[in-house]
Ligand binder design. Structure first.
Ligand SMILES: Nc1nc2c(ncn2[C@@H]2O[C@H](COP(=O)(O)OP(=O)(O)OP(=O)(O)O)[C@@H](O)[C@H]2O)c(=O)[nH]1
Ligand SMILES: [Mg+2]
Length: 225
């Protein structure tokens, strides 16, 4: 079970917002501060976004397994109320902090700053953040990471890219996951790749099976890790 120190509850979180301040602007400033702090300590950080069940946690497990010899890793896991994913990731021997957001459908730079206070930045080189499962809300709230990843799975159908352009405009890497189910779902991953490149020409794309680990090396390259 998680130590209570490893769980941050949504109700503890307060954003210091003055009347008239724009919440997105405040978040941007806090994200900048997070980025400066992480860079000062040479910690690379990655924000992993994507819809519910797209395979974010499975991919993080595979990334941790592949990278834990090379980097000292910590993971922040955003979830409404549970610590289920945190337990899954913790099995791989890395420090995990759960950020329970309550009713919020995304993490923000403020809660991430709170979580950063609970880890020793001297003791890590890589911070992986699993955002709350949602393809829309997290995009508007940068956290101060070096890279932003959007995970989609072929089981979400053929239109998730064209229907959510704003999410992909903010992404450095798109993962098309569950490639083992592409044929059954009649999804052409090349078509999804073409669509995302029309929205964000420099986005990198990795096509993965997060259960077998196929494509994870491609993802690691796309993340420049
Ligand atoms: N067939 C197949 N199943 C997968 C793959 N990746 C993940 N799954 C399954 O999809 C389900 C959801 O995977 P998770 O990793 O929990 O997804 P998630 O995005 O973290 O979900 P939330 O945190 O709830 O938003 C699980 O049952 C996984 O076993 C894949 O590449 N292929
Ligand atoms: Mg998850």
């Amino acid at each position: 079970m998680a130590n209570t120190k490893d769980v941050i509850k949504g109700e503890e979180v307060t954003l210091e917002i003055q009347p008239g301040m724009n919440i997105l602007e405040v978040n941007k400033k806090l994200a900048q501060k997070n980025m400066e702090l992480l860079r000062k300590h040479n910690v690379k950080a990655i924000d992993i976004m994507g819809s519910i069940g797209a395979g974010k946690t499975c991919l993080i497990e595979k990334l941790v397994q592949a990278l834990k010899q090379k980097y000292r890793i910590a993971v922040f896991k955003g979830d409404l109320t549970t610590t289920i994913d945190a337990e899954r990731i913790r099995r791989h021997g890395v420090q995990v902090i759960t950020i329970n957001t309550g009713r919020e459908c995304h993490l923000d730079a403020n809660v991430v700053a709170r979580a950063v206070e609970r880890i020793s930045l001297e003791a890590i080189d890589l911070l992986i953040i699993e955002n709350v499962g949602n393809l829309i809300c997290p995009a508007e709230f940068p956290l101060g990471t070096d890279k932003r990843v959007v995970v989609v799975s072929v089981t979400e159908g053929p239109y998730m890219v064209v229907k959510h352009p704003f999410t992909f405009m903010n992404a450095d890497v798109m993962v098309i996951n569950k490639k083992d189910l592409a044929e059954t779902m009649k999804i052409d991953t090349k078509q999804l790749e073409k669509q995302v490149k029309e929205i964000k020409p420099d986005v990198k794309v990795a096509v993965t099976n997060a259960l077998s680990g196929e494509g994870v090396e491609e993802l690691i390259k796309a993340l420049e890790l």
